[in-house]
Write a protein of this length. Structure first.
Length: 386
């Protein structure tokens, strides 16, 4: 948190954030109602809103109120006024998604890249930006920047990947490498943190003062946002719940330890468990396993039920520690369907010491991670610079 000196530019920044966050949470609002809700003076709202209108961050909407007797102008975010690029990095590919200010998808592409090479990742990211800007006809001047979401621990402030076991990275200044090629600001963070930020800004956590997300897919992680701020921890490792030991002397995890939750219940581990009992040469995916469970296959049902209960217990541990108002479940693992999600949510509710946590399961699709990544850039409009 930067020091807040009582000078004019600081109060302008704070007024701007109050107004933008009000519109983000409540949608189109008349100036007088913003004043009543935020405590800002009409003069302050007038000053800040004219600046934001000029910058095309907000727009004026005409509406008729009082049963047609009075015309009133409301302010809203100008969603189409700015765009951001979100990039989700995986082991052999990246998915790049161009979104508007509300993280709505404009266009998307997938490119092959070897994630073990930071230079190749930087080049592929800059190329993806150029391709998507050209294809969509969006102007570079309206681009806020690029958000990169990937596994591991990051120094988000400096844009450095401190450690990523999956890709073999250590102290890689990836934001600077990309910015040198792309010529725009770049933010980098853990993919689960990025997902949490997207849910906080424009998702299920939009109205919540505190939000937790629990995500499971190739990896398992959790993240927590309080009053708009991500809890990152000193070395960006907060929320690494996938590395709780759940089976003493269990299978080896990519972090090097034995029996981590992630080694036992990640998406590949679940598919692998089914393949061991029912060997077959056709590869099975989460949707296929969900279908088998739905048809009553006892092996599929048993594996998904066990995994769901383990994941639910971990999510309950996280919720019990942090007492979030809202918790969102996401990740590719959602595609395993009700045979896994029902026991997950039931166990989460049963074991959560905090009885009032609202739980949502995110409908998952291919753009979800990249939209989260874009939120890393978009958040710069809605929070204080770190
Ligand atoms: Zn581990």
């Amino acid at each position: 948190m930067p020091s807040l000196k009582g000078n004019q530019s600081t109060s302008r920044t704070l007024n701007r954030l109050l107004l933008l966050n009000h519109l983000r949470r409540h949608g189109p609002t008349a100036r007088s109602d913003i004043a009543a809700a935020t405590g800002l003076s009409p003069a302050a709202i007038s000053y800040v809103s004219s600046e934001l209108l000029e910058q095309q961050v907000i727009a004026e909407l005409d509406a008729v109120a009082d049963g047609g007797r009075r015309r009133m102008t409301r302010l809203d975010l100008n969603y189409a006024g700015h765009v951001a690029l979100g990039v989700k990095l995986m082991e052999r590919s990246l998915r790049a998604t161009l979104v508007d200010l509300g993280t709505n998808v404009i266009d998307t592409l997938t490119a092959d890249v070897d994630a073990r090479s930071p230079a190749a990742v930087a080049r592929a990211t800059a190329d993806a930006l150029a391709d998507l800007l050209e294809r969509s006809g969006e102007h570079r001047q309206r681009l806020i920047g690029i958000g990169l979401a990937m596994p591991g621990q990051h120094d988000a402030e400096r844009g450095v990947c401190l450690r990523c076991d999956r890709f073999g990275w250590k102290d890689v200044p990836i934001a600077a490498l990309i910015a040198d090629l792309a010529g725009v600001p770049v933010w980098v963070d853990n993919d689960v943190n990025a997902f949490a930020l997207a849910e906080h800004l424009f998702g299920a956590g939009r109205q919540a003062s505190s939000l937790a997300v629990f995500s499971f897919g190739r990896g398992i992680g959790a993240a927590m946002i309080v009053d708009g701020q991500l809890l990152r921890g000193r070395y960006g490792g907060a929320g690494e719940i996938g590395h709780l030991t759940v089976v003493e002397d269990g299978p080896r995890c990519e972090c090097g330890r034995l029996g981590c939750l992630e080694a036992v219940t990640s998406l590949p581990a679940i598919l692998n468990a089914y393949g061991i009992v029912r060997p077959s040469d056709r590869s099975i995916d989460p949707a296929a396993l969900a279908t088998l469970a739905g048809e009553g296959d006892p092996v599929a049902r048993e594996i998904l039920d066990t995994a769901g209960r383990r994941l639910g217990a971990a999510a309950a541990t996280f919720a019990s520690l942090f007492d979030p108002e809202t918790m969102v479940i996401g990740g590719e693992g959602v595609l395993f369907g009700p045979a896994l999600l029902d026991p997950l949510v039931a166990t989460l509710k049963e074991k959560n010491f905090q009885r009032n946590t609202e739980v949502f399961v995110e409908f998952w699709n291919d753009d979800a991670w990249a939209r989260g990544a874009a939120a890393l850039a978009i958040d710069s409009f809605f929070s204080l610079p770190s």
